[in-house]
Design a protein around this ligand. Sequence first.
Ligand code: MG
Length: 377
Amino acid sequence: MGPSKAFVPLGGRPLVWWGLQALRRSPLVQEIILIVRAQDTDRARRLIAQGPAHLTEKVVVGGEERQASVLAGLEEVTPGTEVVLVHDAARPFLDQELIAACHQAALETGAALAAVPAADTVKWAPQGARVERTLDRGGIWLAQTPQAFRLPVLLEAYQAAGRDSFTGTDDAGLVERLGRPVALVPGRAHNIKITQPWDLQMAEHIAAELGLAPPGLRTGLGYDLHPLVPGRPLVLAGVRFDSPRGLAGHSDADVVAHAVTDALLGAAALGDIGQLFPDTDERYRGADSLELLAQATGRVREAGWAVLNVDAIVICQEPKVAPHAAQMRANLARALGASPEAVSIKGKTSEGLGFLGRGEAIACHAVAALYRTGIQP
Ligand code: MG
């Protein structure tokens, strides 16, 4: 995920923004301390500059490891604070009920954490390669954040850990080792931690499902038309047709590839084929338009989008498109980095009417749908 994971975009917002917003909305929260890497302080300051006026928000530079980072934040907590809640910016789906439940449990018990029961069977294999035994899943809970503590409890736990040079993987663990009670609060299955690019894709879907962000889906429309002239090859979606006439144009004049390229660029709002590959540029004379489509797909992917599906209608009196549709779909799919099932090609005549019906030109309409991958350079 890269070093600045907290700032990768989710639903068009930095990942850390999501948890921050949930905390801002909670009536229980009086002060928020963002603990970030030194190189992220400017971005973090810009985030808190947009925060609500009734809250104190600070940015603190963390340490090399998680525990040192939390300690750096703890040192900035206003003395006399009753409960401190530690939350990981990599868990965007914090909700009000969970904040309130962790707060209440911390008041009652001194320490509490959100956790979910293990759904998978858990194997104990300390060497990695071979199972030693199967743990009783019934007793296994997977720790999430938030974790909430009465401030003196967590301060004491951190002091003890420092004294003993103990490093834990969560804050509750530091309290547990002192023999202090820690309460479990039912977490949320969707309170996922973003650790891999795949998690971010899942998070996009969760955000849409929870109604927190518009679905990461976009559509684009493409259209193209080229005149049919003698002495040119006829290339449609990379398939060379046996035809006495072909399409006139600067490149191979593949009207289908062009319409699909424009649909794709339109969906990503990246301009159009003429801007990307100008017909005044000699490099594109006789160009393989599937190659141009592949390049456009690369641009779209860099902008954080992947192809969901493409549908195209070729309008021509002849040749017949249907017998070649499978090959055309396969060619487009390869250029799009998609599966042929995600690509549809249909042929239509113009019932002999107009210039298309008279065979003076071939036209193509295309639509493309993209989904957000959430990964941007
Ligand atoms: Mg064209």
